[in-house]
Design a protein around this ligand. Structure first.
Ligand code: AVI
Length: 322
């Protein structure tokens, strides 16, 4: 269980983010990181196997096809840091390929200790892999992993998979990767998974699947506010909406009020009015072109070493070197 003082600080930060987001005009917002409590994470796992959501399978196909190529291109890697604890399945492909050459220390960086423990269990049978989880925000965790090398000449591979980069606004994505680059040494590598732009109807189906799993994933955010912050949202009074913004080239998830209503969020000391049809913006998933990815790497200070794409569901895995 989390330390009580820490748990209080985390809850206050959550309440403050909710207060800021729900008082924002003209567009109310909730940060997408709060989609992932235990229920949200379980629903996201289901999303990854939905026929309409091709992202996860595409990345897995690319990694199955090219993990050995990757290992050949970064032959001296002894330490792997993953931003997010990832799915054991994808990470396993890479670790198996790397450990065909040498032992590797794998450092998943993930704020949730439960997710870290699950990841550790999933990879326990890999004999040449030592798992050292880091329960920190991405950059704090990466700094620790990078510093742990001391003066040794260990080579680091940083992995940022699953198109999580797409959940950053474009400029924030560039700043984030530049910060990642600053924590790396020349010769270290970054493996970046990014979902590619595809026709709008395909994207809408992927983010508004007919079985309603993504809708449940989105609505659970309000359930979480009820459970953790003493809010009184009626989940049936909101509906999931997925819409494409062609300028940002991003698919957005919103929660739309079905009627005029008033909601209180106890821990945020807040009462919020909703008009019928008004939305709360909960997530943006930016879609990339190959040019966008090249530019992003460039701006962040990386050199592109290799790139592999999936033909079935346009998705790119790009290997950069610092
Ligand atoms: C985690 N992230 C990359 C997913 C995405 O595609 O943006 C989250 C997601 N939201 C709805 N479906 C999946």
């Amino acid at each position: 269980m989390a330390h009580p003082v820490l748990a209080d600080a985390v809850r206050s930060a959550f309440a403050e983010d909710v207060r800021l987001g729900l008082t924002r005009v003209p567009q109310k917002e909730l940060p997408s990181k709060y989609l992932y409590d235990a229920v949200g994470s379980a629903l996201f796992d289901v999303i990854t196997v939905l026929p309409e959501y091709g992202v996860t399978r595409a990345e897995e196909r690319v990694l199955i096809a090219h993990a050995a190529d990757l290992a050949r291109l970064v032959p001296n890697t002894t330490r792997v840091a993953e931003l997010g604890s990832g799915s054991g399945r994808k990470t396993r492909r890479i670790l198996e390929a790397l450990t065909a050459r040498r032992d590797v220390t794998y450092c998943p960086i993930e704020i949730s200790p439960a997710a870290l423990a699950q990841c550790e269990r999933a990879l326990r049978d890999l004999e040449r892999v030592r798992v050292e989880g880091q329960a920190f925000e991405y950059l704090d965790g990466l700094k620790r992993v990078a510093d742990a090398r001391g003066r040794s000449d260990e080579r680091l591979l940083v992995m940022f998979l699953g198109s999580t980069i797409g959940n950053f606004r474009r400029l924030a994505a560039a700043h984030f990767l530049r910060d990642v680059r600053h924590l790396m040494r020349a010769g270290d590598a970054l493996l970046l998974g990014a979902d590619l732009l595809k026709p709008e109807p395909v994207l809408i189906e992927a983010y508004d699947d007919p079985a309603g799993v993504t809708a449940a994933f989105n609505l659970n955010m309000l359930g979480r506010l009820n459970r953790e912050l003493g809010a009184d949202f009626d989940l049936r009074a909101f509906e999931h909406v997925a819409r494409f913004d062609p300028v940002a080239r991003a698919i957005e998830m919103h929660l739309r009020a079905r009627s005029d209503q008033t909601v209180t969020i106890g821990a945020a000391d807040l009462t919020v009015e909703f008009r019928r049809g008004e939305t709360i913006w909960t997530e943006a998933s930016h879609k990339y072109t190959l040019d966008d990815i090249a530019h992003l790497g460039d701006v962040a200070g990386f050199e592109q070493l290799a790139q592999w794409t999936d033909a079935e569901w346009p998705f790119a895995e790009t290997l950069f070197v610092a």
